[in-house]
Design a protein. Structure first.
Length: 79
């Protein structure tokens, strides 16, 4: 089942499965930040209004705005 980052809570882990419809330039930006298919991410913080979301990927913290995060398609990893 494909989810979006907004479907996860703090502490949840997921794997990137792909990208939704969006501009090629933004997809390239996500790839250059290390968000490649198959990589594991973990939600570390969510701002009070839900924007931005901070994730942990490849050993560093990355904050994404809600519309940016909606580009990612993910699959939850059970603990």
């Amino acid at each position: 089942m494909t989810l979006k980052l907004k479907d996860l809570a703090v502490g949840d882990r997921a794997a990137v499965t792909g990208y939704g419809k969006g501009g090629q330039a933004y997809r390239q930006k996500l790839l250059s930040m290390g968000l490649t298919p198959g990589i594991e991410i973990r939600v570390t913080r969510v701002a009070p209004l839900g924007d931005p979301v901070e994730i942990r990927v490849r050993g560093y913290a990355l904050s994404l705005r809600r519309d940016e995060a909606d580009t990612l398609e993910i699959r939850r990893i059970d603990a």
